[in-house]
Ligand binder design. Structure first.
Ligand code: CA
Length: 369
Protein backbone atom coordinates (compact mmCIF):
# COMPACT_ATOMS: atom_id res chain seq x y z
CA UNK A 1 0.00 0.00 0.00
CA UNK A 2 1.29 3.41 -0.89
CA UNK A 3 1.49 6.10 1.71
CA UNK A 4 -1.40 7.86 0.01
CA UNK A 5 -3.58 4.69 0.01
CA UNK A 6 -2.67 4.04 3.66
CA UNK A 7 -3.86 7.57 4.58
CA UNK A 8 -7.13 7.07 2.70
CA UNK A 9 -7.74 3.72 4.45
CA UNK A 10 -7.08 5.27 7.88
CA UNK A 11 -9.40 8.17 7.08
CA UNK A 12 -12.17 5.75 5.99
CA UNK A 13 -11.76 3.71 9.18
CA UNK A 14 -12.03 6.84 11.29
CA UNK A 15 -15.12 7.99 9.42
CA UNK A 16 -16.84 4.64 9.87
CA UNK A 17 -15.84 4.50 13.54
CA UNK A 18 -17.29 7.97 14.08
CA UNK A 19 -20.44 6.93 12.28
CA UNK A 20 -20.77 3.84 14.47
CA UNK A 21 -20.18 5.86 17.63
CA UNK A 22 -22.79 8.36 16.56
CA UNK A 23 -25.27 5.52 15.88
CA UNK A 24 -24.48 4.05 19.26
CA UNK A 25 -25.20 7.35 20.98
CA UNK A 26 -28.48 7.75 19.15
CA UNK A 27 -29.54 4.24 20.06
CA UNK A 28 -28.67 4.83 23.69
CA UNK A 29 -30.58 8.11 23.79
CA UNK A 30 -33.62 6.51 22.23
CA UNK A 31 -33.81 3.79 24.89
CA UNK A 32 -32.90 5.87 27.93
CA UNK A 33 -35.20 8.79 27.21
CA UNK A 34 -38.43 7.89 25.43
CA UNK A 35 -39.52 11.53 25.48
CA UNK A 36 -36.49 12.67 23.46
CA UNK A 37 -37.60 15.34 21.05
CA UNK A 38 -40.51 16.38 23.34
CA UNK A 39 -40.29 19.37 25.66
CA UNK A 40 -39.41 18.47 29.30
CA UNK A 41 -42.45 17.85 31.54
CA UNK A 42 -43.58 20.84 33.56
CA UNK A 43 -43.04 20.72 37.32
CA UNK A 44 -45.19 22.38 39.99
CA UNK A 45 -44.42 23.59 43.49
CA UNK A 46 -47.39 24.23 45.75
CA UNK A 47 -47.89 25.61 49.22
CA UNK A 48 -50.42 23.95 51.53
CA UNK A 49 -51.58 25.78 54.68
CA UNK A 50 -53.36 24.10 57.59
CA UNK A 51 -55.39 24.95 60.68
CA UNK A 52 -53.21 22.70 62.87
CA UNK A 53 -49.78 22.98 64.45
CA UNK A 54 -47.08 21.69 62.08
CA UNK A 55 -46.80 17.86 62.25
CA UNK A 56 -49.56 17.64 64.91
CA UNK A 57 -50.50 13.95 65.42
CA UNK A 58 -53.36 12.82 63.15
CA UNK A 59 -54.68 16.16 61.86
CA UNK A 60 -51.29 17.60 61.01
CA UNK A 61 -49.89 14.29 59.82
CA UNK A 62 -52.56 14.02 57.07
CA UNK A 63 -51.22 16.84 54.89
CA UNK A 64 -47.61 15.63 55.40
CA UNK A 65 -48.61 12.18 54.16
CA UNK A 66 -50.47 13.77 51.24
CA UNK A 67 -47.36 15.73 50.28
CA UNK A 68 -45.22 12.58 50.34
CA UNK A 69 -47.71 10.53 48.29
CA UNK A 70 -48.04 13.24 45.64
CA UNK A 71 -44.30 13.74 45.25
CA UNK A 72 -43.65 9.98 45.01
CA UNK A 73 -46.52 9.25 42.60
CA UNK A 74 -45.64 12.16 40.32
CA UNK A 75 -41.91 11.39 40.27
CA UNK A 76 -41.28 14.84 41.74
CA UNK A 77 -43.33 16.73 39.14
CA UNK A 78 -45.67 18.04 41.87
CA UNK A 79 -44.15 19.10 45.16
CA UNK A 80 -46.36 20.32 48.02
CA UNK A 81 -44.82 22.17 50.94
CA UNK A 82 -46.89 22.02 54.14
CA UNK A 83 -47.18 24.96 56.56
CA UNK A 84 -48.66 24.73 60.07
CA UNK A 85 -51.23 27.22 61.42
CA UNK A 86 -49.72 30.68 61.70
CA UNK A 87 -46.60 29.92 59.66
CA UNK A 88 -47.94 31.56 56.50
CA UNK A 89 -51.53 32.40 57.45
CA UNK A 90 -53.53 32.01 60.70
CA UNK A 91 -55.44 28.73 61.13
CA UNK A 92 -58.82 30.33 60.47
CA UNK A 93 -57.68 32.02 57.24
CA UNK A 94 -56.90 28.82 55.35
CA UNK A 95 -60.02 29.03 53.16
CA UNK A 96 -59.40 32.66 52.18
CA UNK A 97 -55.74 31.99 51.40
CA UNK A 98 -56.80 29.24 48.96
CA UNK A 99 -59.70 31.29 47.57
CA UNK A 100 -57.45 34.26 46.83
CA UNK A 101 -54.69 32.08 45.39
CA UNK A 102 -52.16 33.20 48.03
CA UNK A 103 -51.52 29.46 48.36
CA UNK A 104 -52.59 26.56 46.17
CA UNK A 105 -53.99 24.25 48.85
CA UNK A 106 -55.28 23.95 52.38
CA UNK A 107 -56.14 21.31 54.98
CA UNK A 108 -58.81 22.21 57.51
CA UNK A 109 -62.37 21.53 58.65
CA UNK A 110 -65.42 22.83 56.75
CA UNK A 111 -67.25 23.92 59.94
CA UNK A 112 -64.74 26.74 60.40
CA UNK A 113 -66.29 28.44 57.34
CA UNK A 114 -69.89 28.58 58.57
CA UNK A 115 -69.70 32.40 58.70
CA UNK A 116 -69.28 32.39 54.88
CA UNK A 117 -71.53 29.42 54.15
CA UNK A 118 -74.11 28.24 56.70
CA UNK A 119 -74.15 24.80 55.01
CA UNK A 120 -70.39 24.24 55.44
CA UNK A 121 -70.57 22.48 58.86
CA UNK A 122 -72.62 19.66 57.31
CA UNK A 123 -69.39 18.58 55.60
CA UNK A 124 -67.54 18.34 58.93
CA UNK A 125 -69.91 17.11 61.58
CA UNK A 126 -73.57 17.29 62.51
CA UNK A 127 -74.42 16.78 66.20
CA UNK A 128 -76.07 13.35 66.63
CA UNK A 129 -75.35 12.81 62.91
CA UNK A 130 -73.45 10.25 60.88
CA UNK A 131 -70.32 8.48 62.06
CA UNK A 132 -67.14 8.30 59.97
CA UNK A 133 -68.12 5.20 58.02
CA UNK A 134 -71.54 6.65 57.16
CA UNK A 135 -70.09 10.07 56.35
CA UNK A 136 -67.61 8.52 53.89
CA UNK A 137 -70.47 6.57 52.32
CA UNK A 138 -72.53 9.72 51.86
CA UNK A 139 -69.61 11.79 50.55
CA UNK A 140 -68.36 9.28 48.00
CA UNK A 141 -71.43 7.24 47.05
CA UNK A 142 -74.37 9.33 48.22
CA UNK A 143 -73.87 12.63 46.39
CA UNK A 144 -72.26 14.45 49.35
CA UNK A 145 -68.99 15.39 47.66
CA UNK A 146 -70.82 16.82 44.63
CA UNK A 147 -72.89 19.07 46.92
CA UNK A 148 -69.73 20.11 48.78
CA UNK A 149 -68.11 21.06 45.46
CA UNK A 150 -71.26 22.98 44.50
CA UNK A 151 -71.12 24.89 47.80
CA UNK A 152 -67.47 25.98 47.36
CA UNK A 153 -67.75 26.62 43.58
CA UNK A 154 -68.67 30.35 43.87
CA UNK A 155 -65.41 30.85 45.82
CA UNK A 156 -63.27 29.14 43.17
CA UNK A 157 -62.29 26.45 45.68
CA UNK A 158 -62.52 22.65 45.19
CA UNK A 159 -62.96 20.47 48.30
CA UNK A 160 -61.90 16.84 48.74
CA UNK A 161 -62.34 14.68 51.82
CA UNK A 162 -59.23 14.94 53.98
CA UNK A 163 -59.49 12.50 56.86
CA UNK A 164 -61.84 11.65 59.67
CA UNK A 165 -61.39 11.57 63.44
CA UNK A 166 -64.03 8.97 64.24
CA UNK A 167 -66.38 9.66 67.17
CA UNK A 168 -64.81 12.39 69.30
CA UNK A 169 -65.02 13.03 73.05
CA UNK A 170 -67.48 15.52 74.59
CA UNK A 171 -64.50 17.38 76.04
CA UNK A 172 -62.63 18.63 79.09
CA UNK A 173 -64.60 20.36 81.83
CA UNK A 174 -63.31 22.20 84.89
CA UNK A 175 -66.57 21.41 86.72
CA UNK A 176 -68.95 18.48 86.78
CA UNK A 177 -71.93 18.35 84.44
CA UNK A 178 -74.78 16.73 86.38
CA UNK A 179 -77.77 18.41 84.79
CA UNK A 180 -78.83 20.68 81.94
CA UNK A 181 -78.62 23.55 84.47
CA UNK A 182 -74.83 23.07 84.57
CA UNK A 183 -74.60 24.07 80.89
CA UNK A 184 -76.02 27.54 81.62
CA UNK A 185 -73.31 30.16 81.40
CA UNK A 186 -70.73 27.51 80.51
CA UNK A 187 -68.03 29.12 78.39
CA UNK A 188 -66.87 26.36 76.11
CA UNK A 189 -64.72 26.12 73.02
CA UNK A 190 -66.86 24.14 70.60
CA UNK A 191 -67.02 24.73 66.82
CA UNK A 192 -69.74 24.27 64.22
CA UNK A 193 -73.38 23.47 64.94
CA UNK A 194 -72.42 21.97 68.31
CA UNK A 195 -71.72 25.51 69.50
CA UNK A 196 -75.17 26.68 68.44
CA UNK A 197 -76.77 23.74 70.22
CA UNK A 198 -74.90 24.60 73.43
CA UNK A 199 -76.00 28.21 73.08
CA UNK A 200 -79.65 27.11 72.89
CA UNK A 201 -79.22 25.51 76.30
CA UNK A 202 -77.69 28.67 77.78
CA UNK A 203 -74.00 27.96 77.14
CA UNK A 204 -71.49 30.40 75.68
CA UNK A 205 -69.68 28.82 72.71
CA UNK A 206 -66.25 30.15 71.83
CA UNK A 207 -64.17 29.55 68.71
CA UNK A 208 -60.43 29.04 69.20
CA UNK A 209 -57.77 27.25 67.15
CA UNK A 210 -56.19 24.16 68.67
CA UNK A 211 -53.00 25.97 69.60
CA UNK A 212 -54.95 28.35 71.89
CA UNK A 213 -56.84 25.69 73.86
CA UNK A 214 -54.47 24.74 76.64
CA UNK A 215 -53.73 28.27 77.86
CA UNK A 216 -57.37 29.36 77.60
CA UNK A 217 -58.49 26.40 79.68
CA UNK A 218 -55.66 26.64 82.19
CA UNK A 219 -56.14 30.36 82.84
CA UNK A 220 -59.90 29.93 83.18
CA UNK A 221 -60.65 32.11 80.13
CA UNK A 222 -62.93 29.19 79.19
CA UNK A 223 -64.65 26.62 81.47
CA UNK A 224 -64.49 23.73 79.05
CA UNK A 225 -63.17 22.71 75.67
CA UNK A 226 -63.64 19.93 73.25
CA UNK A 227 -60.79 19.04 70.90
CA UNK A 228 -60.73 15.59 69.30
CA UNK A 229 -60.17 12.43 71.31
CA UNK A 230 -57.56 10.81 73.58
CA UNK A 231 -54.74 10.70 70.98
CA UNK A 232 -54.93 14.42 70.14
CA UNK A 233 -56.06 15.64 73.56
CA UNK A 234 -53.11 13.92 75.25
CA UNK A 235 -50.76 15.68 72.80
CA UNK A 236 -52.05 19.09 73.97
CA UNK A 237 -51.82 18.10 77.65
CA UNK A 238 -55.44 19.16 78.26
CA UNK A 239 -55.63 16.80 81.28
CA UNK A 240 -53.39 19.26 83.16
CA UNK A 241 -55.96 22.03 82.82
CA UNK A 242 -59.31 20.32 83.61
CA UNK A 243 -60.42 17.47 85.88
CA UNK A 244 -63.30 15.91 83.99
CA UNK A 245 -63.18 14.20 80.61
CA UNK A 246 -66.73 13.61 79.33
CA UNK A 247 -68.02 11.34 76.56
CA UNK A 248 -69.36 10.79 73.95
CA UNK A 249 -68.70 13.50 71.36
CA UNK A 250 -72.39 14.06 70.59
CA UNK A 251 -71.42 17.20 68.66
CA UNK A 252 -68.81 15.49 66.44
CA UNK A 253 -69.68 11.84 65.84
CA UNK A 254 -67.38 11.38 62.83
CA UNK A 255 -65.76 14.64 61.88
CA UNK A 256 -64.60 14.91 58.28
CA UNK A 257 -61.56 17.04 57.47
CA UNK A 258 -61.01 18.67 54.11
CA UNK A 259 -58.35 19.25 51.50
CA UNK A 260 -59.13 22.39 49.50
CA UNK A 261 -57.52 23.41 46.23
CA UNK A 262 -57.69 26.66 44.29
CA UNK A 263 -59.85 25.81 41.27
CA UNK A 264 -57.79 27.71 38.67
CA UNK A 265 -54.57 26.13 39.89
CA UNK A 266 -56.11 22.65 39.89
CA UNK A 267 -57.53 23.07 36.38
CA UNK A 268 -54.10 24.15 35.11
CA UNK A 269 -52.58 20.79 36.14
CA UNK A 270 -52.14 18.05 33.52
CA UNK A 271 -54.81 15.33 33.85
CA UNK A 272 -52.45 12.75 35.36
CA UNK A 273 -51.39 15.13 38.15
CA UNK A 274 -55.03 16.03 38.83
CA UNK A 275 -55.71 12.34 39.26
CA UNK A 276 -52.71 11.96 41.58
CA UNK A 277 -54.03 14.80 43.77
CA UNK A 278 -57.49 13.19 43.94
CA UNK A 279 -56.16 9.72 44.73
CA UNK A 280 -53.78 11.05 47.39
CA UNK A 281 -56.59 12.95 49.18
CA UNK A 282 -58.70 9.80 49.18
CA UNK A 283 -55.82 7.71 50.53
CA UNK A 284 -55.14 10.21 53.33
CA UNK A 285 -58.87 10.34 54.10
CA UNK A 286 -58.77 6.65 55.05
CA UNK A 287 -55.27 6.72 56.48
CA UNK A 288 -56.12 9.34 59.09
CA UNK A 289 -59.10 7.36 60.35
CA UNK A 290 -56.89 4.28 60.57
CA UNK A 291 -54.36 6.23 62.63
CA UNK A 292 -57.00 7.49 65.09
CA UNK A 293 -58.51 4.02 65.32
CA UNK A 294 -55.13 2.55 66.19
CA UNK A 295 -53.84 5.25 68.52
CA UNK A 296 -56.80 6.51 70.59
CA UNK A 297 -56.74 3.33 72.66
CA UNK A 298 -53.22 3.61 74.02
CA UNK A 299 -53.70 7.32 74.61
CA UNK A 300 -56.87 6.69 76.63
CA UNK A 301 -55.05 4.11 78.73
CA UNK A 302 -52.23 6.57 79.35
CA UNK A 303 -54.66 9.36 80.34
CA UNK A 304 -56.38 7.12 82.87
CA UNK A 305 -53.44 5.16 84.25
CA UNK A 306 -50.58 7.64 84.13
CA UNK A 307 -52.42 10.93 84.51
CA UNK A 308 -55.35 9.83 86.68
CA UNK A 309 -57.97 11.28 84.35
CA UNK A 310 -61.58 10.61 85.32
CA UNK A 311 -63.74 9.76 82.31
CA UNK A 312 -67.48 10.23 82.65
CA UNK A 313 -70.52 9.79 80.43
CA UNK A 314 -72.73 12.86 80.01
CA UNK A 315 -75.98 12.21 81.95
CA UNK A 316 -78.87 10.84 79.88
CA UNK A 317 -81.10 13.87 80.45
CA UNK A 318 -78.29 16.19 79.28
CA UNK A 319 -77.88 14.08 76.14
CA UNK A 320 -81.66 14.19 75.55
CA UNK A 321 -81.70 17.98 75.91
CA UNK A 322 -78.75 18.34 73.54
CA UNK A 323 -80.47 16.11 70.99
CA UNK A 324 -83.70 18.10 71.21
CA UNK A 325 -81.80 21.37 70.82
CA UNK A 326 -79.93 19.90 67.81
CA UNK A 327 -83.23 19.20 66.04
CA UNK A 328 -84.32 22.79 66.65
CA UNK A 329 -81.03 24.24 65.37
CA UNK A 330 -81.18 22.11 62.23
CA UNK A 331 -84.82 23.09 61.55
CA UNK A 332 -83.98 26.79 62.00
CA UNK A 333 -80.98 26.61 59.69
CA UNK A 334 -82.96 24.76 57.02
CA UNK A 335 -85.56 27.54 57.09
CA UNK A 336 -82.92 30.29 56.99
CA UNK A 337 -80.60 29.13 54.17
CA UNK A 338 -81.65 27.40 50.91
CA UNK A 339 -78.28 25.70 50.42
CA UNK A 340 -78.32 24.39 54.02
CA UNK A 341 -81.80 23.02 53.30
CA UNK A 342 -80.63 21.36 50.07
CA UNK A 343 -77.50 19.77 51.55
CA UNK A 344 -79.19 18.78 54.82
CA UNK A 345 -82.04 17.08 52.96
CA UNK A 346 -79.52 14.92 51.08
CA UNK A 347 -77.67 14.20 54.35
CA UNK A 348 -80.84 13.29 56.25
CA UNK A 349 -82.20 11.06 53.45
CA UNK A 350 -78.94 9.12 53.43
CA UNK A 351 -78.72 9.03 57.24
CA UNK A 352 -82.27 7.75 57.71
CA UNK A 353 -81.67 4.90 55.27
CA UNK A 354 -78.28 3.92 56.65
CA UNK A 355 -79.60 4.04 60.24
CA UNK A 356 -82.11 1.33 59.37
CA UNK A 357 -79.45 -0.99 58.03
CA UNK A 358 -76.85 -0.15 60.68
CA UNK A 359 -79.41 -0.89 63.38
CA UNK A 360 -79.32 -4.56 62.36
CA UNK A 361 -75.63 -4.65 61.42
CA UNK A 362 -73.04 -2.35 63.08
CA UNK A 363 -75.19 -1.36 66.06
CA UNK A 364 -76.49 -4.83 66.82
CA UNK A 365 -73.00 -6.23 66.51
CA UNK A 366 -71.52 -3.61 68.88
CA UNK A 367 -74.09 -4.61 71.48
CA UNK A 368 -73.43 -8.32 71.12
CA UNK A 369 -69.72 -8.68 70.60
CA1 CA B 1 -63.59 18.59 67.84
Amino acid sequence: MTNKNRLIATALTLVSLLALTACGNNAEQATSSPSAGQPPQETFEWKLVTSWPKNFPGLGQGPETFSRYVEEMSGGRLKVKVYGAGELVPGFEVFDAVRLGTVEMGHSGAYYWKGKMPAAPIFSAIPFGMNSQEMNGWLHYGGGLELWQELYKPFGVIPFSGGNSGVQMAGWFKKEINSVEDLKGLKMRIPGLGGEVLQKLGGLPVTLTGGELFTSLQTGAIDATEWVGPYNDLAFGLYKAADFYYYPGWHEPGTALEFIVNEKVFNALPKDLQSIVKVATRAVNQDMLDEYTARNNNAMEKLIEEHGVEMRPLPDDVMQALKQATEEVIAEQKAADPMFEKVMTSYQDFYNKIKKYHRVSEQEYYLKR
